[in-house]
Design a protein around this ligand. Structure first.
Ligand SMILES: Cc1cc2nc3c(=O)[nH]c(=O)nc-3n(C[C@H](O)[C@H](O)[C@H](O)COP(=O)(O)O)c2cc1C
Length: 144
């Protein structure tokens, strides 16, 4: 089984989590780390090119929350895999402490968007929450 971690990150928070997850997973299974390259990454990130995911059996997505929702680049990427039934997991990183200030809405949007896929795991990581480290630890054990 080959897995891919596909993520978008502008300021590096999501990238840090994606890389930490990758470093753990690669110890025991086949996994690749793929960064989505964006046009206009700061204000309105859109997909520069869609990576080919045919070689993978499962995808873990990582994305920041933008305006209580998925950034356009992640919506575009998920739409490119509409015609596959590859299982997906998603983690989001966001700024505000409570999950209801962006995290929950983004996970719900993802579940609607990816309704043809099996959704395996989701996690929300807020940079300001006291439980940030516990959430990252939970993500590492659930997604790994
Ligand atoms: C345009 C924009 C909109 C954002 N909207 C939200 C939001 O709705 N809720 C939230 O908690 N954080 C929000 N953030 C903060 C980011 O989600 C947070 O800093 C994230 O971890 C950044 O990830 P990155 O470093 O991987 O780019 C926003 C940031 C930007 C730039």
């Amino acid at each position: 089984m080959k897995k891919a971690i596909v993520y978008f990150s502008y300021t590096g928070q999501t990238e840090m989590v994606a890389k930490t997850l990758y470093e753990q997973m690669i110890q025991k299974e086949a996994v690749v780390l793929i960064k989505l390259e964006a046009l206009n990454p700061k204000d309105n990130p859109t997909l520069l090119h869609a990576p080919d995911i045919k070689a993978y059996d499962e995808i873990i997505l990582g994305t920041p929350v933008r305006g209580f929702q998925l950034p356009p680049i992640m919506v575009e990427f998920i739409k490119t895999i509409d015609n596959s039934d590859i299982p997906l997991s998603l983690f989001v990183t966001h700024h505000f402490k409570p999950d209801f200030l962006g995290g929950n809405q983004t996970i719900n949007q993802f579940k609607k968007l990816a309704k043809t896929h099996q959704i395996k795991e989701t996690e929300i990581i807020s940079w300001r929450a006291k439980n940030k480290d516990a959430r990252i630890a939970s993500l590492l054990s659930k997604f790994n």
